[in-house]
Design a protein around this ligand. Sequence first.
Ligand SMILES: O=C(O)CCC(=O)C1=CC=C[C@@H](O)[C@@H]1C(=O)O
Ligand SMILES: [Mg+2]
Length: 373
Amino acid sequence: MYVHIDTVILRHLEMELKSPFTTSFGTMKTRPVLLVEAIDENGERGWGEGVAFSAPWYTEETLETTWHMLEHFLIPLLFQAPIHHPDELRTRFSMIRRNYMAKAALEGAVWDVFAKRHRMSLSAALGGEKREVEVGISIGIQPITNLLKRMEQALAEGYRRVKIKIKPGWDVDVVRVVRQHFPDVPLMVDANSAYSLHDIDRLQALDDYDLLMIEQPLAVDDIVDHAKLQAKLNTPICLDESICSYEDAKRAIELQSCRIINIKIGRVGGLTEAKRIHDLCQQHHIPVWCGGMLEGGVGRAHSIALATLPHFSLPSDTAASANYWDRDFIDPEVTVHHGRIFVSKQSGIGYEVNMKEVERRVVRSKIYKRAKG
Ligand SMILES: O=C(O)CCC(=O)C1=CC=C[C@@H](O)[C@@H]1C(=O)O
Ligand SMILES: [Mg+2]
């Protein structure tokens, strides 16, 4: 069966975060969402989500660059020919350099159409096996009393792992206080590239606190210094920003730059590449987990489906919708029960897009139609 995508609709939504999210590179109060709707020749609708932020602080992409790449390059490439399987888009889009979040947003919508056309859940279409996924929570930088209170609340809600942000001057002391209050909680830190090899003493000091991992301590595009650092740390390094492709993951594994990899669909260019990285890590016994990008409900649904693949062994950053927003734009919203999300058996992403909630937040939209004939 071939899928002809006839229409793509882009919508820019602004989502108000319940509480500002602070990391080593800044604070976010609202989260822009680029919602991608793909409609095939039968009227089947699939949804994808662009996860780039409004400024290029996480990677080089922004919502604006994503929109530009979709409008001028990726949607025209998609319209060029029908597809037999979404995996084909990885090759078709390969002539476009990088712009992974833009590629992932469109590819994700096509995956949703494909799964619906085959009356399968996205999880099943990807080869997912789990009926539920374990969930962790990521807590931004905030005054220590607020951090401890938020952790207390998250653990009471059943989250299976807590991730806290660190940066120079907000690291060893904070982790020590957290450990004093929560000696046994599964705990990890995310540095978002705030350190260099000159900080090795501070990073080695974290070895005393039984952390699950230290996420992305060094430069966003580095795997060489991370290998030098990992050789001096007992705590596993988890790479996030450094891994944008299967090839990056292959090099990082060969150089022993990390012992864990965080897979994010948008960062690596889509579900097909995410699955390839998952399979590579499975072959090399490198644990993986599904990272988060403060996604809206559609991006969260895609992450949940990905996290059902067999080698995802660590809790995902796919917390409940209520952790981020007063109201998500999907029905039902994502909920977490005793630290787990039950995977929907519905076809496609497993959630309905609530157009009333979408329209409330849309600041811009545009329709793209395939020229017939
Ligand atoms: O989506 C979530 O709940 C986790 C978000 C999160 O921790 C991150 C999102 C984007 C960039 C970073 O700040 C951080 C990460 O690197 O994982
Ligand atoms: Mg990270």
